[in-house]
Design a binder for this molecule. Structure first.
Ligand code: PLP
Length: 375
């Protein structure tokens, strides 16, 4: 049987990885500044993470959500404390798209309405309502187009004010730093305006923190740079450091009832310990502070590269914009300099999404390689 051919692949076959280093089947080592698309948060195969999962697997790996699972409660408790989001309830699922799907569904249940407001260049995943709220017609099948979504430019106060007044809105969904779209951000004034208008109009504000959450932006959640409080927060990616896990934090003002949401695999024992291990390492190794400090170091170094037209992002969710498309540069970085980097919808943007425990020396290597490739 052939694989369903949906991914253009780089010709590299990783067979092992540790920290920020990835080794391929030829014995070549690469430095990973992409983190498998912002997923690797505490470094590949972190010993604490490996040990936590192995130990759990020896006890029990899975049972369905029809039994008690105290590890879920331990996780909710730890996540609340570390993120500062104490007034929320946790629902666990398996991916970012699923998190947003559940977030949108909850918003619709809660308001009994169905329209969604999203933003230009947004990416929220590939499932039904999540993909409909994603600004990319090419990945929306006819079946997804039944969902009514209004797309607005980021930071356009007038357009937002007009759209939020429509009677049928259930949710506004917003990335505090756009990932796939190319690292554009709402201004603090705009995000606060959105939050205020959502409250006024009884519309649920969903913060999509799938990519920017779990410390990547230099705060636990990227919306925390703007002093707002969303109704629902969606999480995945860095949460499991590679273990497929996602979730939503639902504000206490939204009540649960049996059957509203459900999943077979979500919140299983292995997913919970993987996430707990990530939280423990983030805390014990001060990785959120490291993400902030290393992001500042990166930005300082980037100022000295004359070809860089714009430096975007926060913490270790970063982008360098050039006045040329970066596809060739990324190929040279991977094949000649042995560095993984990322691209985005903005073809002139090089994305940098490393594990949060990288060092200044790693960033120096990246800039030496960039300088070589650009001169
Ligand atoms: C902001 C954001 N939301 C949702 C998703 C979808 O996550 P997943 O691929 O786990 O379904 C992504 C994936 O890139 C993302 O960046």
């Amino acid at each position: 049987m052939n694989l369903f051919d949906v991914y253009p692949l780089y010709d590299v076959t990783p067979v092992s990885a540790r920290g920020i280093e990835v080794v391929d089947d030829q014995g070549q080592t690469y430095l990973d500044f992409y983190g498998g698309h912002a997923v690797i948060s505490i470094g590949h195969s972190h010993p604490h993470y490996v040990n936590r999962i192995k130990t759990q697997l020896d006890k029990i790996g899975f049972y369905s959500n029809s039994i008690k699972n105290p590890i879920q409660e331990e996780l909710a408790d730890k996540l609340g404390k570390l993120s500062g989001c104490l007034d929320y309830q946790l629902f666990l699922c398996n991916s970012g798209a699923e998190a947003n799907e559940n977030a949108l569904k909850m918003a619709s249940f809660h308001t009994r309405k169905s329209k969604v407001i999203a933003f230009d260049n947004s990416f929220h995943g590939r499932t039904s309502a999540a993909v409909a709220a994603t600004d990319n017609p090419a990945i929306n099948a006819p079946i997804n187009k039944q969902q009514i979504v209004t797309f607005l430019p980021l930071n356009d106060f007038d357009a937002f004010e007009k759209a939020i007044q429509s009677e049928d809105n259930c949710a506004v969904i917003l990335e505090a730093i756009q990932g796939v779209g190319g690292l554009d951000e709402p201004s603090t004034e705009f995000y606060q305006f959105v939050a205020e208008k959502c409250k006024e109009n009884g519309v649920v504000l969903i913060a999509d923190e799938v990519q920017s959450g779990f410390g990547r932006s230099g705060k636990f959640f990227a919306f925390q740079h703007h002093g707002i409080q969303p109704d629902i927060i969606s999480i995945a990616k860095g949460m499991g450091n590679g273990f497929p896990v996602g979730g939503i934090l639902i504000h206490n003002s939204i009540e649960a009832s049996y059957g509203l949401l459900g999943t077979t695999f979500g919140g299983n024992h292995l997913a919970c310990v993987a996430t707990l291990a990530v939280l423990e390492v983030l805390e014990n190794e001060s990785l959120i502070t490291n993400a902030h400090e290393l992001g500042e170091y990166f930005k300082e170094k980037a100022k000295h590269i004359s070809q860089v037209k714009k430096i975007k992002g926060r913490g270790l969710m970063l982008g360098l914009e050039f006045d040329f498309e970066v596809a060739e540069l990324r190929k040279n970085l991977i094949y000649k300099q042995h560095l993984f980097t990322g691209g985005s919808k903005n073809k002139k943007l090089l994305r940098i999404l490393p594990a949060l425990n990288i060092t200044k020396e790693h960033i120096d290597v990246l800039f030496e390689a960039l300088t070589k490739e650009l001169t």
